[in-house]
Design a protein around this ligand. Structure first.
Ligand SMILES: Nc1ncnc2c1ncn2[C@@H]1O[C@H](COP(=O)(O)OP(=O)(O)OP(=O)(O)O)[C@@H](O)[C@H]1O
Ligand SMILES: [Mg+2]
Length: 351
């Protein structure tokens, strides 16, 4: 082993401290160096791609990706570099396809036949199937539509019928809807037809699609975020939406209140999530779990009347831990333990 890890960052973006780095990157470097490892930050730019590739393949055992793809002009070149590095034996933390798979909203669809996701959750990749199916799914009750691209609640809509609809298999195109956007909990009224036309923007273009899932009313009790360090929950954030009939958003900007808990306080959730990690890994392409990632849950009630936890989304491309920098010590230990495990596997295979 070379005992050398590179951290990729990109210049600019709102996630940087005054020194130009993400505030939680240098603490990880320090913690690795304390353990006798080399660690450095490389600022990614498309034009430096080949040079970076050569250097990292030669020097490093692993990379840790600390780039929000939203801060890149063209994320495909960056992902291509990561993919190449992994092919040449550099350990990806995470592998680019894991980053895409865990981060995409349609990860939910891949997990639909597990208890993590309600059965009547759908994804629409073209306008025709959206317009054909959404009037039927809305008939079953309140829904949440999620676009793939945005973040912090943009293009995430709670959709209710403004009045009871007539007996029919699907909601009629001229029915009035109450639509609340998670960005700021503002409400708009539209007919089903105009709202579906408005939503076309989320489906067209690269990576466009909409996830359609049941609205979970217990979001009022809060969204529960597990901060995961590889396979270990290290922190829980409880996000309670603002008061108000329509409010459902757990984003800070919308007025949600955040509370930080320890994983021990959420034993039931933690145990059931840890049990489902193997199936999550398998469904999302068989990659190693990301190094630092999050999974968000909303409470629901199962058929027996027991609490259960529904997965709302996962994030793994630029999850930070700025509010708890001491975690850098755990991260360094985890990186070293993952790489040591890889090394002993390789030694076994080479025997
Ligand atoms: N099925 C649901 N039922 C009730 N509320 C939901 C549901 N899905 C999402 N929400 C609410 O909407 C908010 C935004 O949705 P989501 O977290 O999926 O997207 P996002 O916040 O835009 O993405 P990111 O967290 O990556 O920025 C959630 O924080 C939660 O409060
Ligand atoms: Mg979210």
């Amino acid at each position: 082993m070379k005992k050398h890890v590179v951290f990729f960052e990109v210049e600019g973006g709102t996630d940087k401290g005054p020194d130009g780095y993400r505030p939680d990157t240098l603490p990880m470097l320090k913690s690795l160096r304390k353990r006798g490892w080399m660690a450095e930050v490389i600022f990614y730019a498309d034009e430096k791609k080949d040079e970076i590739f050569e250097r990292v393949v030669q020097d490093a055992d692993a990379y840790v990706s600390r780039i929000n793809p939203g801060n890149l002009k063209d994320e495909s070149a960056y992902f291509q570099l990561l993919r190449q590095l992994c092919e040449f034996g550099v350990k990806g933390m995470p592998h680019p396809d894991a980053m895409i798979g865990y981060g995409a909203k349609d990860a939910l669809i891949k997990l639909r036949d597990t208890p993590l996701v309600p059965e009547d959750t759908f994804a629409y990749y073209d306008i025709a199937s959206f317009k054909k199916n959404f009037p039927k799914s809305l008939k079953k009750g309140e829904r949440v539509l999620k676009q793939n691209r945005g973040s912090t609640g943009e293009g995430i809509w709670r959709v209710q019928l403004a009045s009871d609809s007539e007996e029919a298999e699907e909601v009629s195109l001229n029915a009035t809807l109450r639509c609340t956007e998670a960005k700021d909990n503002h409400v708009e009224e539209h007919t089903l037809e105009t709202f579906m036309t408005f939503c076309e923007q989320y489906i067209i273009g690269e990576n466009g699609m909409l996830v359609d899932m049941p609205f979970l009313p217990r979001i009022k009790e809060g969204e529960i975020r597990l901060l995961m360090l590889h396979k270990t929950p290290v922190n829980v954030v409880h996000k309670k939406p603002a008061e108000g009939e329509d409010a459902f958003s757990a984003t800070l900007f919308s007025g949600a209140k955040y509370r930080y808990d320890s994983p021990e306080e959420w034993g039931g959730l933690v145990r059931s999530f840890l049990d489902s990690l193997p199936v999550i890994m398998e469904r999302l392409g068989g990659y190693n779990l990301p190094l630092i990632w999050t999974a968000d849950f909303i409470l629901d009630t199962d058929e027996q009347g027991h609490d259960c936890y529904i997965l709302g989304e996962m994030n793994c491309s630029c999850v930070g831990f700025t509010s708890q920098l001491s975690l850098s010590e755990n991260v360094a230990d985890e990186i070293i333990s993952i790489l040591s495990e890889v090394e002993s596997m390789e030694q076994l295979n080479n025997r």
